[in-house]
Ligand binder design. Structure first.
Ligand code: HEC
Ligand code: HEC
Ligand code: HEC
Ligand code: HEC
Length: 380
């Protein structure tokens, strides 16, 4: 960007959405840093992607306010109030030309926030919204730029249906289209995903009318050939250090110090062959899907959830996030019965299992827990 700014040409900097990370607390932490850095770069407009709501609307608003991020969207509404959640469009003036920046989200892209228990948003039909909005925007802007978060497949039909869009930057696309395409009167291009590329479009705009006369697009891969900016690199290094500390502090709250180094969890498969009845009852129980419950909430690497939704998280040789694809996901036999390598046959294991329930079924997570009624549901 320094290179571009040094050319002293008017620059319009836009993004077509999905700036935010996946639904996990670690990525939320990273997203805060990413938003600061994005704010530093000084974008003119950012279209809303469904991922940008991963951590809820209050978090998005906080990021917008703290970092001056110019998010815009014309078809996502608060389900309760019916109001648009972001400015409907943005007008940015460069060299006497007024650019109208507008963004719509594909309703098929599910918005799932980490915080919500019910649907919070409604998404209007992009074509209908744009049909109504473009003529209105034309009165205020010379050149209309769509930051469509629609993927490739839905961008083209919209452009065919709605006349008057000058430039379309396609969001939610994973293909690297090296050049622009011109469809009817609209120049379309994309900068692909994950900030791994930066797209540059040189626009030749007719003075006075704002009409795009010619366009020339290039995509640069931000690989090792592009040297790092020293100031940015220092910030990234500093952040990476903080991130390690942050993760370590979280893990430290759930130390792996119970049990013994000498014992092993053998995993559920090891018990199946000899205990068929117990196996049958277990496979149908919610304990067998406990990991999916936290994964669905985007929290499958959070110590505060893993302690109860996996096997032996706080035990030596127990479930570990450092060993992905661990055999010890879910609340397996050994979560209640203890290390399989110990295999007791003196009634000790039965007693221990009875006491195990309330470690996880505590007041906060299982307020209705009652041994007799709960055991009835998983008995074996
Ligand atoms: C102290 C143990 C414990 C911790 C910690 C814990 N859970 Fe749970 N969780 C449970 C128990 C026990 C149940 C079953 C409650 C019941 O039905 O009585 C449960 C149920 C759930 C369910 C409902 C399952 C379903 O299929 O509907 C979800 C979702 C869930 N937990 C997510 C989480 C997340 C996310 C975290 C971390 C933020 C977490 N839990 C932390 C013990 C725990
Ligand atoms: C949620 C905790 C829990 C899980 C998971 C669990 N068990 Fe148990 N299991 C118990 C409890 C509690 C008892 C004792 C019940 C009683 O006698 O009141 C028990 C009893 C048993 C017994 C003794 C039965 C008898 O009557 O002698 C065997 C064998 C057994 N479990 C094997 C398994 C196997 C194998 C698995 C996994 C496929 C498994 N259990 C999963 C809690 C659990
Ligand atoms: C090679 C066969 C075999 C395997 C594998 C095996 N068990 Fe057992 N288990 C037995 C036998 C035999 C007994 C004693 C007779 C009985 O109670 O069924 C027993 C007893 C038990 C009991 C009752 C113990 C007590 O203290 O009274 C539990 C609980 C149990 N097994 C759990 C497991 C779990 C959990 C696993 C997997 C980690 C497992 N077993 C693997 C054969 C096996
Ligand atoms: C290691 C933690 C852990 C232990 C120990 C544990 N549970 Fe659970 N239990 C869970 C979690 C987590 C869930 C929720 C799983 C889900 O729905 O995804 C759950 C769910 C259940 C459910 C289903 C609840 C429902 O609303 O349908 C029953 C029943 C249950 N447990 C009984 C028991 C009993 C009885 C014991 C003791 C013998 C026990 N559990 C021990 C973690 C545990």
């Amino acid at each position: 960007m320094d290179g571009v700014w040094n050319e002293n040409v008017p620059v319009l900097m836009v993004d077509a959405g999905d700036l935010f990370g996946r639904r996990s607390k670690d990525e939320k932490h990273q997203t805060e840093f990413l938003c600061q850095m994005t704010g530093d770069l000084g974008y003119d407009g950012i279209g809303l992607g469904e991922r940008d709501l991963n951590y809820g609307l209050p978090f998005l608003r906080e990021m917008i306010e703290q970092n001056g991020l110019p998010f815009t969207n014309a078809n996502v509404r608060d389900a309760k109030t019916g109001e648009l959640i972001l400015p409907e469009y943005l007008i940015v003036e460069r060299n006497g030309i007024k650019y109208g920046l507008v963004s719509v989200l594909d309703p098929a892209l599910k918005i799932i926030t980490m915080t919500a228990t019910e649907a919070e948003f409604t998404v209007d039909d992009p074509v209908a919204v744009m049909r109504e909005l473009v003529p209105r925007l034309r009165e205020k802007a010379d050149c209309i730029v769509l930051l469509g978060h629609l993927g490739e497949n839905n961008t083209e039909p919209l452009i065919r249906e709605v006349k008057g869009i000058d430039i379309s930057v396609t969001g939610h696309t994973f293909r690297n289209l090296q050049t622009e395409r011109v469809l009817d009167d609209t120049a379309m291009f994309t900068a692909t995903h994950e900030g791994r590329y930066i797209g540059r479009a040189n626009l030749f705009i007719e003075e006075g009318t704002g009409r795009v006369m010619a366009i020339d697009v290039g995509i640069t891969s931000l690989d090792d050939k592009v040297s790092s900016d020293a100031e940015m690199q220092a910030k990234v290094d500093q952040y990476k250090k903080e991130l390690v500390e942050y993760k370590e502090a979280k893990r430290a709250a759930y130390p792996r110090n119970l049990g013994s180094d000498k014992e092993q969890f053998l995993s559920e498969r090891a018990c199946m062959s000899c205990h068929e009845d117990a196996w049958k009852s277990y496979v149908g129980s919610p304990h067998r899907t406990a990991f999916a419950a936290i994964r669905n909430k985007g929290q499958s690497s959070e110590p505060e959830c893993l302690s109860c939704h996996t096997t032996g998280y706080m035990y030596k040789n127990g479930y570990s996030t450092e060993a992905p694809g661990s055999k010890l996901i879910n609340v397996q036999c050994e979560a209640c019965h203890g290390y399989g390598s110990e295999h007791a046959r003196d009634g000790k294991w039965v007693a221990q299992a009875k006491d195990s329930c309330v470690v996880c079924h505590d007041q906060k997570n299982s307020p209705e827990f009652d041994y007799a009624t709960y055991w009835e549901k998983i008995k074996h």
